[in-house]
Design a protein around this ligand. Sequence first.
Ligand SMILES: *[C@@H]1O[C@H](CO)[C@@H](O)[C@H](O)[C@H]1NC(C)=O
Ligand SMILES: *[C@@H]1O[C@H](CO)[C@@H](O)[C@H](O)[C@H]1NC(C)=O
Ligand SMILES: *[C@@H]1O[C@H](CO)[C@@H](O)[C@H](O)[C@H]1NC(C)=O
Length: 274
Amino acid sequence: MALTPFFLLFTVLSLPSLPISATVSDAYPSIPGTVPIDGGFTFTDAPKPIRREVYGEGKIFDISHRYTPEMPSWDSTEGIGRFLWLAASMKNGSLANNSEMKFPTHTGTHVDSPGHFYDEYLDAGFDVDSLDLQVLNGPALLVDVPRDTNITAQVMKSLHIPKGVRRVLFRTLNTDRRLMFKKEFDTSYVGFMKDGAQWLVDNTDIKLVGIDYLSAAAYEDLGPSHLVFLKDRETILVEGLKLDDVKAGLYSVHCLPLRLVGAEGSPIRCILID
Ligand SMILES: *[C@@H]1O[C@H](CO)[C@@H](O)[C@H](O)[C@H]1NC(C)=O
Ligand SMILES: *[C@@H]1O[C@H](CO)[C@@H](O)[C@H](O)[C@H]1NC(C)=O
Ligand SMILES: *[C@@H]1O[C@H](CO)[C@@H](O)[C@H](O)[C@H]1NC(C)=O
């Protein structure tokens, strides 16, 4: 985005309580009755940004992970590494700071489209831009999966998820092991075995499957479980969710992928509203 001087001016003028040191120049003359500015300013007593996981004492939970160089990357021990850089920086004389970024679309909290494991679906246009926002948004159950097992048909049965429930976030041992906070990719994460995925598709109304590591499918059944989930093009997989410190139960989930035309995956921002 190209920032216009007007935008900067507006930003400064709309923060009247911040101390501003400024000079007037021909390019940015002062407006009568306002603090003169020069299009650049420094905070003399810079406020600290607030970073939250929970808003309004439990009204909103942010269940997306922060993107950092240390977050895990598929099949890598190095994390995603440097993925963001300042292509234009004010310290080097640019009018504004402008960053660029590059990372795989299945990084961090992200969503899979049917085209992820079905080439013919991707060719036919079933990309992340075609995902149904009515599946990605609405009432959702956060459930705890027994910690000593991957998600098999037996486990799915034991969870007794009522008919009619369309969105389920599965919290597993992955959360306890804090796998999403570890740089090294870990193949021993918990996910769906093929029979667990099949049981879900055959016996429940679940269309949104959320999980707390980079894949809903267990590593051992990576292909088979994904193929079961994505075959009907109705089930949406949201992976890499941050489900720490949220009580199991019923919430309203809100997930919004980027409209990446032609992409089979996308970063996604998800929140739970109580
Ligand atoms: C703008 O870029 C400079 C580096 O040129 C950086 O130190 C500063 O933090 C950036 N400001 C913002 C608001 O990103
Ligand atoms: C500014 O430019 C110099 C020289 O091109 C470069 O080495 C430096 O990394 C740049 N700094 C920032 C913050 O972009
Ligand atoms: C889940 O499956 C993976 C292989 O995909 C395995 O390494 C791991 O031990 C299993 N986890 C549990 C809790 O059974």
